[in-house]
Design a protein around this ligand. Structure first.
Ligand code: AMP
Ligand code: MG
Length: 335
């Protein structure tokens, strides 16, 4: 009997010693504010590890850090050997390019650089400068075979700015799930919902009104997964009273002009693949416009392969909101 009581006391001490707590913290990496609200026994340590994971991904995929794999590929005329992370991101990027018929295309890099949206001394490039770089765009000219990444035109460059943050977010979500944590991680406009919410309910995710930074255009009810948002309001420059945003149409070389003001892509899983997919798709839908986006939605829904399944909230330039059929029950619009 004495033994049992001692054991009971011991287990109590052990259980009380590792109390779950909710930690809120933020950091800045990948050019983005990252915020965590994590509930776990060792939440602080898990958040530090997520920062470390994100730092590694930034070192590999940044278009600005000299020794990143992206910069090596961009400055090299030959094949480059990739790490498993960069290879996974490029594989997803190429698949999204194929399924969106090139609306998402990482080879848009030279034109992204030419525009230099967000730079202090912004001046829009001339049409001649844009036309000169258009022949360098074309994801079909890239080949990824295992870890060997090759371009068929030596001047080509890539930009993972529309996918790497989603991949890092998904990788953090994967790590947190494996470690029995729950809560949310947000990378700028992208958010991952992990595990079961501390109070057992669903998460309510607000979708920002692209025309009013302080307002929401609606709320999605979700249990877990990832939401990635792309909009012209996220990053832009102004010149001569004209606003130029950061998402480029690979067809024209100019900031994309569709009927979409912001595209939110929702996936129900929170892992590295889903994070990358949602991020690249949100950029693609913004370029494609609502009609083609809904066609893509229908096509992916009809596939037996569920890896492409997504839902979307599209806020159109006229202020109206369109949601994919799978979301109607879960989305409430704000008037
Ligand atoms: P996001 O904010 O996720 O929509 O990604 C936008 C970023 O992706 C830009 O800042 C560019 O670095 C890059 N980008 C711009 N246009 C495209 C495009 N059509 N396809 C792929 N990446 C793009
Ligand atoms: Mg994106």
């Amino acid at each position: 009997m004495k033994k049992i009581i001692t054991l009971l006391i011991l287990s109590c001490i052990l259980l009380c010693g590792c109390t779950e707590k909710t930690v809120t913290s933020s950091s800045f990496m990948m050019d983005t504010v990252i915020t965590y609200e994590i509930t776990a026994d060792n939440a602080d340590a898990l958040i530090s590890q997520c920062d470390a994971v994100t730092g590694e991904i930034e070192k590999l995929m940044s278009a600005h850090l000299e020794n990143s794999e992206v910069c090596r590929f961009n400055s090299d005329s030959n094949a480059v050997t990739l790490s498993p992370d960069t290879a996974a991101v490029i594989e997803t990027a190429l698949a999204v390019s194929r399924i969106t018929q090139g609306a998402y295309d990482i080879t848009v890099a030279p034109i992204v650089m030419l525009w230099g949206i967000g730079s202090h001394d912004f001046i829009p490039p001339t049409d001649k400068e844009i036309q000169a770089l258009l022949p360098l765009i074309g994801y079909e000219k890239l080949t990824l075979e295992n870890d060997t990444f090759t371009k068929s035109d030596s001047g080509m460059m890539i930009d993972l700015g529309g996918i790497a943050k989603g991949y890092a977010l998904g990788k953090c979500a994967e790590y947190l799930t494996e470690n029995n944590a729950s809560g949310t991680v947000s990378f700028g406009g992208n958010i991952a919902l992990i595990g079961t919410k501390a109070d057992g309910g669903s998460y309510n995710i607000g979708i920002r009104d692209p025309f009013d930074a302080s307002a929401l255009c609606g709320v999605i009810r979700m249990d877990s997964g990832i939401v990635a948002v792309s909009g012209g309001y996220e990053r832009y420059s102004e010149h001569g009273g004209v606003r130029y945003h950061h998402i480029i149409s690979p067809d024209t070389g100019y900031p994309a002009e569709s009927d979409i003001a912001s595209a939110a892509v929702i996936v129900d899983t929170a892992d590295a693949y889903s994070g990358a997919l949602a991020d690249a798709l949100s950029t693609a839908l913004f370029v494609m416009g609502s009609e083609k986006s809904m066609e893509l939605y229908k096509m992916t829904q009809s596939m037996s392969f569920t890896g492409w399944h997504f839902e979307a909230v599209l806020t159109l330039s006229d202020g109206s909101v369109t949601v994919t059929p799978g979301l109607t029950e879960r989305f409430s619009e704000y008037e």
